[in-house]
Design a protein around this ligand. Structure first.
Ligand code: PEP
Ligand code: MG
Length: 763
């Protein structure tokens, strides 16, 4: 059943015209489910009707002719109830309405399922049979599963231009607008550039090679990695998986065997084709043979072979450094589109052509979004209703304020977008011209703005130019970009550059915070709940050898300076602080011993903790006895306080740092920290947002750390507001019912102060 379903959906996505694709679905369903009719209706919201778009079983002339009101007949009922309707004898149902054109007099049994995308009914799919009977649970489950997948394909169809002009779909789709999650503010125009689509065997451009033995090695290594991945996948599936799924894995293993695909691929490499090209040639030949077989089961194997080969191809390309197509192909203003945008992808993309980012997965506080904001590149996250390949090479207008993307916009919209980009640039110029003025409110309250660094090299340069301290140096990115843990020497070099960049200012270096959504390629962690698992200090305390090397490197890098502060991430209990402090003390002692005859001086660093796990809210008095400073990680604090995965698109609407509960927690932290005389900074994303900075000012925070791109903007905001008003705004926010209400208060205030242009396009 699973493979049949997969095949039907894949076939649909490959047929360019929607009418034809829907007809294919209807007839394949009729055939495999052995029913007398299958039909698909799509919703026309303008006229409040369902239109018969495809059928195999009803009269073909009724297609496009039969229109059923949203509140009429059984189709209308399925749409209204938004759930399947399984009826033994449709004619006897009180809602049955006779439409003579369809000739369904002989059909008694009826099963209808709504096609729903993002809570909106796009249509209805039905199966009908002459015999009077209820459809079985399996048949119902099949239709529901198929409908869910059809919904995605139908919404994609508009974007890939598959709908003919008289196709009717909800107006949001007609406008070729897709809504994602605002990931990084700003507007951008560029052509879609999909890194994922390049890793597709069908699109891979064949190349020759001179180095046959290297290509053979590359292929073998890729197969080895793929085998491990396939093993992992099959092990992760529970016992009792259906036979057809087992068969896929057996086939995968058979194909990965050196005597199967391998022999032929290596023979091609000997003919001087590179590994990827050889794989493509062999696999396409196989796939064509399978696809032409009469037996539908064997036909389905063609899809599996291509699927497996794409996995191998990805692993070949990952080894072939510098051979990644995206590096060479992006040669014009581009919007990078990927399933999941990674730090490596951004690092490799030619910066001058990178205008915007679309990540199909992820959310506003995924590290990819944080990275985009740090680079000052507009981004939209969680764009689940499009696939990267569909955006390839299409002109895209991207609005990082609202999270909207527009594909193939008409001239008028394009023009107004260009104008908004110009206005945005003007505002940025104005802000930049005042960037060096003191960060002080209208009524004289001073704020310290610090920099969040570590995500890109540029930032260190900005810190140097602006003479700002570094409130958070994330050390994990250099670990993620390497192929093994960096050595002590490598780390000393790195940290030394950062510390020496602003020798007069404090630099807060955070110890390694991997795990969660920041995996190390060479240290895989497989967990069901990574954000609640082996992350941050939990991992490094379990691996003192990694922790100690990092601390020693930080200490050695700080020789002759006195600006190092060490910060511990993901602290949830006092024990962890004690344990980490003991290791820091050990490293301090070791380094002091090593340098004792050199005449160099080693200053004991101040030690602080991130406040990002809710338990520490109730431990502040105890923690205050052990540390020198606190820094609030509002990104994780929001995630853990609200129990919302910061990286999960499905619950993205629930993740919000302006939730009144989060604001209360932030307020509580600053009051308690002040009471215990412990300096406190906010280094989560809220600190770099205009509304957030004003609320934090009102709460009593005087140190905010943010990505370098936001410094000028927040400086401008602080200079244009006053403390008294920020306290009033805070009072409204703390008593608000919802985060939407908080936003409304903030927006009113910003508009009133003439700062509206900072939170939306144009002003
Ligand atoms: C945070 O959680 O707010 C934080 C600053 O750390 P990160 O985003 O790196 O988890
Ligand atoms: Mg964090």
């Amino acid at each position: 059943m699973l493979t049949t379903l997969k095949r039907i959906v894949q076939e649909m996505s490959q047929i360019p015209a929607l009418d034809e694709a829907l007809f294919n679905v209807a007839s394949r369903v009729k055939q495999v489910m052995q029913v007398d009719s299958c039909s698909i209706y799509l919703a026309d919201y303008d006229n409040q009707e369902f239109i018969l778009k495809a059928t195999d079983g009803l009269h073909p002339d009724a297609v496009e002719q039969v229109r059923i009101g949203f509140s009429e007949g059984l189709i209308g009922l399925v749409g209204q109830r938004e759930e399947p309707l399984n009826i033994e004898d449709a004619h006897r149902h009180p809602r049955f309405k006779h439409y003579p054109e369809v000739h369904e007099e002989n059909y008694k049994a009826f099963l209808g399922t709504p096609i729903i995308h993002q809570r909106k009914v796009l249509g209805v799919i039905t199966m009908q049979q002459a015999k009077m009977r209820f459809f079985s649970e399996d048949e119902e489950a099949f239709l529901v599963t198929l409908a869910a997948q059809l919904a995605l394909e139908i919404s994609n169809a508009e974007i890939r231009g598959a709908l003919s002009s008289n196709d009717i779909l909800p107006s949001t789709l007609h406008q070729k607008k897709v809504m994602g999650i605002a990931g990084s503010p700003g507007l951008a125009i560029g052509h879609g550039f999909s890194t994922d689509s390049t890793v597709d065997l069908r699109r891979f451009v064949v190349k020759r090679t001179d180095d046959r033995s290297q290509e053979v090695q590359r292929y073998r290594k890729a197969v080895e990695i793929t085998r491990e991945q396939v093993d992992e996948l099959s092990n992760s599936l529970e016992e009792g998986i259906p036979d057809d799924v087992k068969a896929i894995f057996q086939l995968y293993h058979h194909l990965l065997d050196a005597n199967s695909l391998g022999r032929e691929v290596e023979a091609k490499i000997q003919e001087q084709w590179c590994a990827g090209s050889s794989l493509k040639m062999v696999v396409e030949d196989y796939a064509a043979r399978f696809a032409n077989m009469d037996d539908p089961y064997m036909q389905e194997r063609a899809i599996d072979i291509v699927d497996l080969s794409n996995r191998i191809l990805v692993n070949i390309l990952h080894q072939a450094r510098g051979e990644r197509p995206q590096v060479t192909l992006a040669d014009k203003a581009s919007i990078l589109v990927a399933e999941e945008v990674s730090a490596t992808m951004l690092a490799e993309f030619p910066r001058e052509h990178l205008k915007g980012i679309i990540s199909i997965r992820g959310s506003n506080n995924s590290h990819a979004a944080i990275l985009a904001r740090a680079m000052g590149i507009p981004a939209v996250m969680g764009c689940q209703n499009v696939s990267p390949t569909l955006l390839e090479n299409k002109e895209i207008l991207l609005d990082g304020y609202s999270g909207e993307i527009i594909i193939g916009a008409d001239n008028a919209i394009r023009q107004s977008f260009v104008q908004l980009i110009e206005e945005e640039a003007l505002l940025a110029e104005q802000i930049a011209s005042e960037a060096n003025k003191a960060c002080e409110t209208e009524d004289g309250c001073r704020m310290s703005l610090l920099i969040n660094a570590g995500l890109s090299v540029e930032i260190e340069t900005v810190a140097r130019n602006q003479g700002k301290g570094i409130g958070l140096y994330r050390t994990e990115i250099p670990f993620m970009l390497r192929e093994s843990f960096p050595s002590e020497k490598e780390q000393i070099k790195l940290y030394s550059e950062v510390l020496r960049c602003v020798p007069e200012q404090q630099v807060t270096m955070r110890t390694l915070d991997v795990g969660g959504d920041k995996p190390l390629p060479y240290f895989p962690i497989n967990e069901e709940n990574p954000f609640l698992g082996w992350r941050g200090v939990r991992l490094t305390l379990d691996h003192p050898e990694i922790f100690l090397v990092q601390i020693r490197a930080m200490l050695k890098a700080s020789l002759g300076l006195s600006n190092l502060q060490i910060m511990l991430p993901m602290i949830s209990s006092v024990n962890e602080v004690q344990e980490a402090s003991r290791l820091i003390e050990q490293a301090f002692f070791e380094v002091s011993e090593e340098i004792k005859d050199t005449g160099e001086t080693l200053v004991r660093p101040r030690i602080g903790v991130m406040l990002e796990v809710p338990s520490v809210l109730y431990l502040l008095p105890q923690l205050a006895r052990h540390v020198d400073f606190f820094s609030v990680g509002s990104n994780d604090l929001t995630q853990y306080l609200l129990a919302v995965d910061r990286n999960n698109t499905r619950v993205a609407a629930l993740y919000n740092s302006y939730h009144p509960a989060v604001l209360s927690a932030l307020y509580d932290i600053v009051r308690q920290s002040d009471a215990h005389k412990i300096p406190v900074t906010v280094c989560g994303e809220i600190a770099g947002e205009p509304g957030g900075a004003i609320l934090l000012l009102g709460m009593g925070y005087r140190r905010l750390s943010m990505n370098a791109h936001n410094i000028g903007k927040i400086n401008w905001v602080i200079r244009n507001v006053n403390l008294k008003e920020s306290k009033n705004l805070l009072a409204c926010a703390l008593t608000a019912q919802t985060h939407q209400e908080v936003y409304a208060h903030i927006n009113d205030y910003l508009e009133q102060k003439g700062l509206g242009g900072l939170i939306r396009a144009g002003s």
